[in-house]
Write a protein that binds this ligand. Sequence first.
Ligand code: ADP
Ligand code: MG
Length: 630
Amino acid sequence: MSIRILSPEVASRIAAGEVVERPASAVKELVENSLDAGADEIRVEVQEGGRRLLRVVDNGQGIPTGEAALAFERHATSKLRSADDLEHIATLGFRGEALASIASVAQVTLLTRHVDEAVGSQLRVEGGQLRSQESKGAPPGTVVSVENLFYNVPARLKFLRQPATEAGRIVETVQRFALAFPERRFSLVSDGRLVFQSTGSGRLHDVLVKVWGLDVGRQLVAVGDVEAEGEPPTHLEALRVSGYTGLPTLSRSNRNHILFFLNHRTIQDRSLAFAVSEAYRNRLMVGRYPVAVLMIDLDPALVDVNVHPAKAEVRFREERAVFRAVQKAVHATLVEHAPVPELRPEGLSWSMPGWAERREILLAAGQNLQPSLALPREQSTVNSQQWSVDMAGSSQELPQRSEPVTASFQPDAMDNGTPTRASADSDTNLPISQSTPAFPILRVVGQMGATYIVAEGPDGMYLVDQHAAHERILFEQMLGQQVGGGVAQQALLEPLAFEAGNSHAGLLAEYAEALAAAGFGLEPFGGDTWLVRAVPAVYGRVDPRRALEETLEGIADGRDLVGESKEAALVAVICKRAAIKGGHMLGLDEMRQLVRQLEACQSPGSCPHGRPTMLVLSRMQLEKEFGRRG
Ligand code: ADP
Ligand code: MG
């Protein structure tokens, strides 16, 4: 193939792909323009999740008639003059690409009137071509209407999710702007319904309440204006961290509720999110994350915002100083408002409320619902002496006894978190399976770090990750139930009215069938409200609202969605959340039960997400390490 220069049309569609990935990204660009134009009242309207129409109306300074057509040219911007300006960007836009990109993949109408002019002008651009321009009366400000986004890029259209899901992302986008600019008023109308509006009062807390509700609002405390004191470089004097952070009573199952704004620009930064969750160490349970909205103000010269097409990521010149300042600010706030109640050994959650009950239900759910999975098909028992003898030989030669094994899991044996039964002699009842060659026969020895089960097998020492193992067990059980007769549910005594947040409403609709197949009993109840009548049995006594919320968060997060079908993917999400976590003490009987159930799995070696369930230290390795073998 010979090298050719792409036609401008193709080149601009490729470039558009970087800036405009989905309707929400177009909304982001348009709102940024309105903000840069000084608007303090910005209204966003969308139809069908923005696919049919998205419109941004502002009361900013408008575009002079003579420049309106220029706005659609690539690299046309009023915000940068020279490369030097890139060093201290104070506007949200500067690349001069957004309007050109959007117009190349949609039908765009621009109606604008500059503050100093008496009439406005209206332009129509389709697929990058200017179709018409005329004068038109209008109030000062700008209206950009984008119709049929991606009408000429079928590949992109295919990747769009359901309208409700796309609308959810738009809600999130607009809410982030509202948080970043509390003194400006934002409204969002979706399919004719006002779904979000901020007051423009200038108080961040007011916006937070609008976004997350009063309940969350009450659990957020202001992060003091902590300056980066003691940090030597004087040019960082201007570094400030403010905002709100949650009391430890408020937590979520992922980091999606830790938001950062750098000089009013929403940014993603994993290491900063880590800094915040670190500040909550020992205050939140393992696997729970805080809610926080943090404003970082910094001299623009110390940040490079030009490293990402949609400007979602930035590069700090003094990354560590920023990291420390964020951590310090959050930590100081927590020390003041939520001192750690007592010192506990790290990572142990002895006092997790309801854990004993939950564990009982989880394990019972595994036993009773799928007896064929819960117990190996052929069973025999062996005592510890015979075991050690047989270890040398092949496991096929293990002596057999014919009496059936009864499930020996006894939940009350450790209700206070301490195994009360001495267990040295209970090895005599160790059940083993000879029909699952995929998994060795293990003798549970103990637990390490409340997270790993230490076991002895025919060829060495095994460490089983209790969470990964339990995930695998629940996963296969639930899939088995889906095939035969349906997933075990627990019905609620009273149906629960679940009001899906904007971003979750779309997911609920999209996953309604898969959720039903996974054991959720859901009924639409008008608007974004659903009646929850049942939840999957594996959730035990987890609050049903939280069970559904966590499931939806898991879907939204996407990372845990693995499996061949939507149903299986969802089951993986649920099992991850329902499985025993690391950090929980287990009794010997429980560990045996778990290992036995793992033995019965078809793919015992990994969790549904592909992480290993166990590690082996072979006898050979041990002998080598101890110098017993040359
Ligand atoms: P950039 O924002 O990077 O400059 P855009 O393609 O988004 O590039 O916009 C091009 C130019 O059009 C802007 O620099 C600005 O002068 C003008 N413009 C776009 N939208 C608006 C608006 N809502 N109000 C006033 N001017 C606007
Ligand atoms: Mg712009």
